[in-house]
Write a protein that binds this ligand. Sequence first.
Ligand code: 5GP
Ligand code: ZN
Length: 135
Amino acid sequence: MRDSNCIFCKIANGEIPSRTIEENDMFRVVLDVGPATRGHALILPKEHYRNLYDLPEEMAAEAVKMAKKIALKMKEKLNCDGVNIVQNNEEAAGQTVFHFHMHVIPRYTNDGQVIGWKPGQPTAEEMDAVLEALK
Ligand code: 5GP
Ligand code: ZN
């Protein structure tokens, strides 16, 4: 299914031109227009899924395979020193375009970008409570 109002559906299916670095039956991989670093890419499924909650399991597996392929390509072709895989789900998590996508972000020593979080300091009781909730 595609969503006629979704910009990533249009990009993924070639209705809007993009800088495509890789493509197969399921995905188009394009350069992000607001890159965190040189080479920042987005893996876009050609079908519309809002985010990871909706993405079929087999497509999730294929997306990770594609992420690995792109990461290796970045290492070889861009000579990056590392790669972050980032994938945001819902507004609270920073998702701004509601068509599943996976960021593949090449990292360069001292590139000055920050992708991270402030480490918490939960008590043992809090850790045990969340463990109970999740296991
Ligand atoms: P999110 O915050 O939803 O995880 O990431 C959305 C990403 O899409 C951002 O990094 C933003 O720069 C990128 N983006 C938004 N619109 C376009 C577009 O039209 N083309 C491309 N290539 N990237 C886009
Ligand atoms: Zn879409």
